[in-house]
Design a protein around this ligand. Structure first.
Ligand code: GDP
Ligand code: IMO
Ligand code: MG
Length: 434
């Protein structure tokens, strides 16, 4: 008996590795692209034919009209943001309504979840997570507390009753934190104004193809369809294995695919892990290889490291192989996808963090607390390649020094770099699997 496999593409660092680009690139080989976690905190960028698209909730296969795209049960849907994405795709000539299916078990982000996010962050002061303030933490909290509202509920008679009781809960929590509802805005609007838009968007959402996608996906697997699961956020932001508490609230790792889509572990095939050729992080939390000098500035400027969802400047640093090896282990990565290596095209030297020094001892594992002031990176320095690589299509044609850098990553992780991305454009990609 042959078991058809679901391949996974996910982030191995602190997000924004370039997952959107790779999913869009790989979509040609798949029938279905399915998001399994996160929500509008994600910002996945696709670039092709001179156009740029930012996606938040909708899977990155959506621009391929012959591919099905699924928003799985593990995802959070915010109706207003979702409809803005639909409108933006339609304005560019796509018809996302024709190739999008939404799980009836995906949870909704309510307007008050977004207020709660703002209140929680404000109450933490300088210990704030640096949340995208899209309501992610509070909505997943309600899911686990069994007070959440699922998309399927919008068709039920008691929907308003459920909505109002959850809203009351939130308003009380905001009060208990010492704030007034008026202290916060949602997308620059007061709660009542935003709520009106939210309910209007909900009516539109009802017209989409909403179903129990776990059946749809499993039937597709049994019928020989090829499925790519698309992760949001990344391993170092995972609720269990990330740099807790500076993490997101979902399971971002390969194990999250099973619960986020409703498929068995035996269905999982290849696990593609994306990593930048350096590191970035947006929001608070530990980042051992962070650079505070002109090298860090250069990575930021040349990599255009500004958040897709919030516009915030991303923190930058050298590639952290200790964290990368950890992420490969947690996910069972079969292939590495090395992104944005072109950003370092004009660096005289580049560095790889191969170990940490903790209290004077060299270690090659992630310590329980990554925040220790006594934790510092141990680097190996490599010569830069000083060549523009963005139009190179064959691995063999890459500069020798870049190949040495890539080989070092492969040697240290024990995993083949199967894809090298050399510009934001879909076509500027070197795929080594063939
Ligand atoms: P995601 O969240 O993992 O999908 O990544 P983002 O879209 O948030 O951030 C990645 C950014 O890098 C986007 O602006 C992409 O267009 C861009 N990008 C992706 N791959 C490459 C690459 O190989 N080189 C360069 N220079 N930019 C890239
Ligand atoms: P993609 O899918 C980068 C970060 C936030 C914050 C923390 C918690 O584009 O890679 P949340 O809003 O989830 O409560 O924020 O996680 N974060 C991301 N950073 N890329 C993302 O998504 C992120 N989604 C959340 O900055 O530090
Ligand atoms: Mg992003």
């Amino acid at each position: 008996m042959t078991i058809n496999k679901v391949d996974i593409l996910l982030g191995l660092q602190w997000g924004d590795e370039g997952k959107g680009k790779v999913v869009d690139f790989l979509s040609r080989d798949y029938d279905i692209i399915a998001r399994f976690n996160g929500g509008p905190n994600a910002g996945h960028t696709l670039e092709f034919n001179g156009m740029k698209h930012a996606l938040h909730i909708i899977p990155s296969g959506i621009c391929h009209q012959d591919k099905e795209n699924i928003i799985g049960n593990g995802v959070l849907v915010e109706p207003c943001i979702f409809l803005e994405e639909i409108a933006s795709l339609e304005s560019k000539g796509f018809s996302p309504k024709n190739n999008l299916i939404i799980s009836n078990k995906a949870h909704l982000i309510l307007p008050t979840h977004r207020l709660m996010d703002a209140a929680n962050e404000k109450s933490k002061g300088d210990k704030k997570i640096g949340s995208t303030l899209k309501g992610i933490g509070p909505a997943y909290t309600d899911k686990v507390a069994r007070t959440g509202i699922r998309i399927g509920d919008i068709f039920e008679k008691d929907f308003f009753e459920k909505y109002n009781s959850t809203k009351t809960l939130h308003l009380n929590q905001i009060k208990a934190l010492g704030f007034k509802v008026e202290d916060f805005k949602i997308a620059d609007k007061a709660l009542e104004d935003y709520e009106k838009e939210w309910f209007k968007s909900l009516e539109e959402l009802k017209k989409f193809n909403i179903q129990n996608t776990e059946y749809y996906i499993n039937n597709a697997i049994n019928n020989g369809k090829k499925i790519l699961a698309e992760g949001a956020q990344a391993t170092m932001l995972d609720i269990d294995f990330g740099s807790y508490p500076f993490v997101t609230s979902s399971s971002t790792i390969s194990a999250g695919v099973c619960s986020g889509l409703g498929i068995a572990p035996t269905c999982i095939g290849r696990i593609y892990g994306t990593t930048k050729a350096y590191c970035t992080r947006v929001g608070s939390g530990p980042f051992p290889t962070e650079l505070f000098d002109e090298m860090g500035e250069k990575l930021c400027e040349q990599g255009h490291e500004y958040g897709v969802t919030t516009g915030r400047k991303r923190r930058t640093g050298w590639l952290d192989l200790v964290a990368l090896k950890y992420a490969c282990m947690i996910n069972g990565v079969t292939d590495l996808m090395l992104m944005k290596i072109d950003v370092m095209d004009n660096f005289e030297t580049v560095k790889l963090c191969e170990k940490y020094s903790l209290d004077g001892t060299q270690i090659d594992y992630i310590p329980y607390s990554m925040s220790s002031a006594n934790l510092s990176p141990v680097y190996t320095e490599y010569d830069g390649w000083l060549t523009n690589v963005s139009k190179i299509r064959e691995f063999e044609d890459l500069p020798k020094n870049m190949k040495t850098y890539i080989k070092a990553i492969e040697d240290k992780t024990g995993i083949r770099v199967s894809l090298i991305s050399v510009s934001p454009d879909r076509e500027d990609t070197i795929f080594r699997n063939k």
